[in-house]
Write a protein that binds this ligand. Structure first.
Ligand SMILES: *Cc1c(COP(=O)(O)O)cnc(C)c1O
Length: 394
């Protein structure tokens, strides 16, 4: 019986260029983004320029985490306390958490079998809740039909903030994920597509919102040191009225991210090779249903999901245990209790309880697996063989 011996949470070492850049920053000691020598441009400011160019955005702000980026994006909208914000019922805890953290109320939208937001339910929830903001989570890298989604939101006057924690480097019909809504948010936490331990970005073309985000992040009156930022006029009124809620990125993290950003296209190709190998290995397995990935979606396959429709919880539980015994770590979104990073709307008690029958039906048989770049395509193929074998035994 085949056993897989790889580690599902082990990242690759950072590239040599990142180590050199980190040592340079440590060597001169100017870690704070506004601490620069005469004529020097901070690593953080350079990274923002490069990430803006990577996404095609006019403006970019680097911050302390993806969760900070989400909450900061909501703050820029200046909503009345208690306002309802629509979001995906299928996402991870930082998303409803960001909404609740700024005194707003999450209202969930159902998921489809392809793991994207249900556009019919979105239109219905816009009507029934009166919400004027959608925090859209591209959960596990699956992009909804963004033209159809934006048509619904634009027609209803709903502003969209995109959570791109799993879609950094992905695009829909040639437009980068994070560039359809008014603000795009990203994470550079260790388990995402670039690794600075913790970190995040906001991107936008909106000068007023970005000026507010920069002030919120703790720029004091040093915002002219930003380069991927709006001009001074955009800050004129906001600098008197915007509270400082420090969440800046520092030059050490920026220094190790810049070489990773330059290398991201190559890494995306490697992730997709792993994904497509695993997908091919599972595609013909009776009982397994894989999400359909539309032609317009250019994804980053850093994880893979599949469903076992019709399987009762006890059967899935023993299947997950059997795979674990053979070294294959699967996460089940149907577990009654939250486990490690995996949770569902049922455990987010800070938000009002909401009946989400379709989401519950889909999540009850949904399994999820990371594909770190420390795996080879042979590893991905072996993992798929083990899963196929255990599905047939269960
Ligand atoms: C990781 C993650 C975040 C938040 O990122 P952090 O940098 O960990 O705060 C937000 N949304 C989703 C879907 C995530 O997986």
């Amino acid at each position: 019986m085949e056993i897989f011996t790889g580690n599902f949470t082990q990242q690759e070492p950072l590239p040599r260029a990142a180590l050199d850049a980190a040592l340079a920053v440590l060597g001169h000691g100017r870690l704070h983004r506004y601490n620069v020598a005469p004529g020097e441009i901070a690593e953080t400011a350079l990274l923002e320029e490069e990430f803006a160019a990577f996404t095609g955005a006019r403006y970019c702000l680097a911050v302390a985490s993806g969760g900070y980026a989400l909450a900061c994006a909501l703050r820029t909208l200046d909503l009345a306390p208690g306002s309802v914000v629509l979001t995906n019922a299928f996402t991870l805890a930082p998303v409803p958490g960001a909404i609740a953290s700024v005194g707003l109320v999450p209202a969930y939208v159902e998921v489809t079998e392809d793991l994207t937001i249900d556009l019919k339910d979105l239109a219905a929830k816009i009507d029934t809740t009166g919400a004027r903001v959608l925090m859209l989570s591209h959960m596990r890298g699956h992009l909804a039909d963004m033209e159809a989604l934006m048509a619904i939101c634009d027609a209803a006057g709903v502003r969209v903030i995109e959570d791109c924690a799993h879609t950094m480097g992905a695009s829909w019909a040639g437009t980068a994920s994070g560039r359809h809504g008014v603000i795009g948010c990203y994470s550079t936490q260790t388990y995402k597509h670039m690794n600075s331990g913790e970190g995040g970005f906001l991107v936008s073309d909106d000068a007023d919102l970005m000026a507010r985000a920069i002030l919120l992040s703790g720029s004091y009156m040093l915002y002219p040191r930003h380069r991927a930022a709006p001009s001074a006029e955009a800050f004129e009124a906001a600098r008197w009225t915007t509270p400082n809620i420090s969440g800046r990125m520092d030059n050490l993290r920026a220094a190790i991210l810049r070489p990773q950003l330059a290398d991201l296209p190559r890494q995306i190709a490697r992730w997709n090779a792993l994904y497509q190998t695993a997908e091919r290995g599972l595609a013909e397995t009776p009982g397994i249903q894989l999400p359909h990935r539309p032609q317009a979606e250019a994804y980053v396959g850093s994880s893979i999901q599949f469903r076992l429709p019709g399987w009762p919880p006890a059967r899935i539980q023993s299947f997950v245990a059997a795979c674990a015994a053979r070294g294959v770590e699967l996460k089940w979104f149907g577990a009654p209790e939250p486990v490690a990073f995996t949770s569902t709307h049922h455990s987010w008690h800070y938000a009002p309880a909401q009946a989400m029958p379709e989401t519950d039906r889909i999540l009850s048989t949904l399994l999820d697996m990371r594909l770190p770049l420390t795996f080879s395509t042979e590893d991905a193929a072996q993992i798929a063989r083990i899963i196929t074998d255990e599905v047939s035994r269960a």
